[in-house]
Design a protein around this ligand. Structure first.
Ligand code: NAP
Ligand code: 3JN
Length: 338
């Protein structure tokens, strides 16, 4: 086959825009690109491979002749249209949380569980951005030393909350800098400029947020191991792009910390930046232009018998969403599932 017809649902959003960029950069074999959005931006144009492509309105008829449909227009859109796309013969790669914990839907980070792609019944889920980057350094630690428990604190960029959230941070910052005080929060519950907010997604009865529980539940599903305990604290910070995470990992088996560093460096799409003598460690500013997840500050956590502490940073719109989705699309092709 020459290429695949690829629909991008939510093509005008922060994630959809990045998906189109990643399709282009990775030279995914696209025969036809179909950008889809709501009536708000249907008719507008996007750039793809030097071409000016019209954004079409998402309807139930949109998926005829489509081989792969990348969804990032929110849960309710996926709930309604992903089954329609799958019934039309497309394989859906969904970026929302709607299908992630459905036992009939594989939840895939290709470096960890590419083999699960072949179990799909028309829909494959992409994890939450905070989970996707975290499971990369965890992968060899779990394989070699069996993880008992992970305590993770996130520092999440505003792009994770969409285009309007990024604008809110920018306008609020400008307003404060100009001496006019903070603008009223809309997308966030509190002021985000020059502040941090310990609240991402809604609160649950157990006191955690949905974002925090996504990290716990999705990690177990991706590793296929319910014994890994994950407790998360998710915090929004005033960065535009790049989620950071401080991890404390407790393993069953003892390890050599230099071996841990070497194993993490061997994970595909991971780059270790770790030399405190030269102030080498990752920050969100380092991850904007890369699909790699950056890992530093790897050290022994002395508070438990077998403990590891580390800091990792990744572009939430890339490994956290668009790049992971396109990696899954490549798995469909490479495993001859499409
Ligand atoms: P965004 O910047 O606000 O963009 C939303 C996109 O969805 C726009 O293209 C919008 O089109 C489209 N859309 C909204 N309602 C629609 C409808 N009824 N029919 C068709 N298109 C519709 O948001 P975003 O940050 O890109 O996030 C979008 C979704 O991706 C989120 O809701 C979330 O489920 C998922 N997401 C996942 C991750 C992850 O961790 N994997 C991270 C961020 C987001 P218009 O231009 O026409 O409004
Ligand atoms: O806030 C972030 O940094 C990540 C946000 C992800 C997100 C935003 C709105 C809806 C999701 C997600 O992917 O879990 C969803 C959702 O689909 O539930």
């Amino acid at each position: 086959m020459q290429g695949y017809n690829v629909a991008v649902v939510g093509a005008t959003g922060v994630v959809g825009t990045e998906m189109i960029k990643v399709l282009e950069e990775t030279k995914f074999p696209v025969a036809k690109l179909l950008p889809l959005a709501s009536e708000r931006s249907a008719g507008s144009r996007i750039e793809y491979n030097g071409e000016n492509v019209k954004v079409e309105l998402l309807t139930e008829e949109s998926f005829k002749g489509i081989h792969i449909a990348l969804f990032s227009a929110g849960s309710s859109v996926s709930e309604k249209y992903a089954p329609i796309a799958a019934a039309s013969g497309a394989v859906v790669i969904d970026n929302t949380s709607f299908f992630r914990m459905d036992p009939n839907v594989p939840l895939v980070v290709p470096e960890v569980n590419a083999h699960d792609v072949r179990k799909h019944q028309g829909i494959i889920a992409n994890p939450n951005c905070s989970t996707a980057q975290m499971v990369l350094p965890l992968l060899p630690i779990h394989e070699h030393f069996k993880i008992k428990r992970v305590v993770v604190s996130t520092y999440q960029a505003t792009s994770g909350a969409g285009k309007e959230a990024m604008d809110e941070m920018l306008n609020q910052t400008i307003s404060i800098v100009n001496g006019n005080g903070p603008t009223k929060p809309k997308k966030f519950t509190k002021q985000i400029a020059f502040n941090v907010i310990p609240h991402i997604d809604s609160f649950l009865e157990n006191g955690f947020t949905k974002e925090e529980m996504k990290m716990t539940n999705e990690t177990k599903k991706i590793f296929g191991d319910d014994s890994i305990e994950v407790v998360a604290n998710c915090v929004r910070v005033p960065a535009f792009i790049g989620h950071s995470e401080a991890l404390n990992i407790e393993t069953e088996k003892p390890f050599d910390i230099e071996k841990v560093r070497e194993l993490i460096a061997g994970v595909p799409n991971v780059r270790v930046m770790d030399d405190v003598a030269t102030n080498t460690y990752p920050t969100p500013a380092d991850c904007v232009e890369t699909n790699d997840t950056l890992v530093g500050r790897i050290r022994r956590d002395f508070s438990v018998p077998n403990g590891i502490a580390l800091f990792c940073v990744s572009n939430n719109l890339r490994k956290g969403a668009a790049f992971n989705a396109v990696q899954i699309a490549f798995e469909l092709v490479n495993q001859e599932l499409i």
